[in-house]
Design a protein around this ligand. Sequence first.
Ligand code: PEP
Ligand code: MG
Length: 884
Amino acid sequence: MKFVYDFAEGNKDLKDLLGGKGANLAEMTNLGLPVPPGFTITTEACQQFLSAGTHVDGLAAEIDEHLATLESAMGRRLGDPDDPLLVSVRSGAKFSMPGMMETVLNVGLNDDSVAGLSRQAGGNDRFAWDSYRRLIQMFGKTVCEVPGHEFEDALHQAKVAKGVQDDVQLDAADLRALVSAYKKVFAKHTGHDFPQDPREQLDQAVEAVFGSWNADRAVLYRRQERIPTDLGTAVNVVAMVFGNLGADSGTGVAFTRDPATGEQGVYGDYLSDAQGEDVVAGIRNTLSLADLERLDKRSYDELMQIMATLEGHYRDLCDIEFTIERGKLWMLQTRVGKRTAAAAFTIAAQLVDEGVIDLDEALNRVTGAQLGQLMFPRFDLAGSPDSLTRGIGASPGAAYGQVVFTSQQAVEVAASGAPVILVRRETNPDDLPGMIAANGILTSRGGKTSHAAVVARGMGKTCVCGADEMVVSATSFAIGSHTVREGDMISIDGTSGRVYPGEVPVRPSEVVQYFEGDLDPARANDPLVAAVHRILTHADGKRRLNVRTNADTGTDAARARRFGAQGIGLCRTEHMFLGDRRELVERLILARDETERNAALSALQPLQRADFLDIFREMNGLPVTIRLIDPPLHEFLPSLEELAVKVAVQREHGRRVEHDEQLLAAVRRMHEQNPMLGLRGVRLGLVIPGLFAMQVRAIAEAAVALAAEGGNPRPEIMVPLVGAVQELETVRTEAERIIAEIVGSSGVEILIGTMIEVPRAALTAGQIAEAAEFFSFGTNDLTQMAWGFSRDDVEGAFFWRYLELGIFGISPFESIDTDGVGRLIRIAAEEGRAARPGLKLGVCGEHGGDPDSVHFFHEVGLDYVSCSPFRVPIARLEAGRAAV
Ligand code: PEP
Ligand code: MG
């Protein structure tokens, strides 16, 4: 197995093996762009290292060979005392994990080569000693787990001793003394001296980067971003170039288009006389690329040309990291850049207009999750107080919450249910748990490319950064004379960058307004709305899956139709039994004989008929699947505990209330240990005479009524929780009789089908299809029963541990478990269709609106998915993406 690739040997398609950074460095090298020479150690080497826990056979020899090539390309040897080659050792996984893993810079420096480095830098001792102290600090923290604050304390003491504020005010002698102090810190914690052998430094740094794949924050980030746990990281060993060699040097990050809005034109941050992660860390406020043009026109022009080349080559927005070393530009990284949801749609449409990509590709460049983000509301500023300050809108959205100042506080306060805004000077990777818990993030430093901005955009979380008027302390922040304390409410706007006191009301998104058909005419030409319209229309043209909605009222049905629903896939009729109708259900349950029961059912029937008529009208011409009542009837009765107490109190006062006594007896009689596996679904229909018949009659009558008005009702009656064909046949026989009676010659056609939500139904689908005109997979119950997980209890109880252990990467109630539950669906689809060609297949569990699951349902060959009204556009988009 080959473990090491020279940059010239790789290309952008080898991300699995070389990681994103390595693959793209190779691509840039082969494009002839100025990339410092180097090589990449593969993710396979990392995987072997992590599974064996010790070094990988053959790796050292390959590194020797590639190091020799690198040394001859540079004309320098690693750590040579007279003229040292220094290298950076950088992580780079297949999927970008900004700041989550480790990097060690300046590898190759030691007590001897520091003098050689100074000579290379034209006698710049200060630079050489500063580089050396950075190496000991980074190596100590990353490789040997020396607590970082010990180095920071030593640096702080050096500044105090000299009476200065800023690192740059320390001279060569101060930094040399600091190196001694750092070495002591290192020896105290590790029990040995800082390694002087450059090759030993390199090997240890490589292994530490491998190991950082499993750092807590990396594990957490992967879980959040659904990145598989076993990929491992590649390691890039790159000849060092220095952005901290004076005013003609610097380092920067840039995007070929604005990653927040998608606006055309380059966007970037630059810091002169700075190294490595200084820009991304948001430690100093940055300059713009326009400033760079003034400072160094030649490098700027070359950078612009390279960015145009990269965008042309990758046919997409690219982000890059670059360094200028004494007027010479070097490219340190590029990749297809992360962007906000709005930018993703806008850029995809722009690229179509520019003739760079076609609409199929544009469709593949946006996701349902991004469309979902665009459907969030934003602030309604009319009548709101003036903003406190303005930072950089780094990740859009409107968020308000209580101010907290630490990641831990954010987690704690959010756990109590309160919305939280995490306020920091700048964030670092350790703040990740707090960033996940918070509604929004506000920082006083850093640009759109800072850690906070990059991570927040990735999570779709509102973020304002670089609000540099804010003075942040431990428990408050001040803007001029105004102080905001821990626990105070603030609101932040991730688009405009404004920060407001208190809780600002929010207004709907224009994308939702567009779906609703009530977009303000002034915004009709909004590029984002136009892009969404164009891409979604294309998705509609491509998709094979129909998209229906789960709706129980005319209002929901109408809204879903505006969102593009092509019918109703699930109307849960039990929702029509709530509110003041509960009493009628009570009467049904308490009925002592057939007369009382029929009276209760007759009272319910006209109400149901009116409900159905309302829905059929809104969905005129489209199929409407109505599910007969599913949950156990005692869900409509008061709780056993409450009622028992009430009756006990009544009895104690010598006052027996007959209704309550009867109710209590009924509740006791109907009590079940496992109600989800008890008397519900089709079982109710078979046990309670007249219940399903009443519903079927109401459906048929409503349909006939609409047909009489000239409408086109298309009802589909769905029987829940069927496990055996005999259950369905029994219900069907009675339903057909009633339908025939009512429908007569009205022309109304009513299909009868079943849910497939009990594993036995999936496994006997061939038999069940004989009695069903359609199947709708109830993946909520199917998941519950296939795994044996109580859908109402597990999420809080133990799923966190399952996620932590990687038993699954995401809850199977959220995204379909393709191997297990998915297999049941496949079997049922195949055997059902074999028994009844043309059998209509759909899904109405929560998974119907989950992007990954939609792709699975497309692949299995279902006819439609059904989901909540708000997820209808998301499902349309994903169904289109699945088809191209
Ligand atoms: C299901 O089980 O997936 C389903 C749609 O039914 P309910 O959620 O109402 O049980
Ligand atoms: Mg169900």
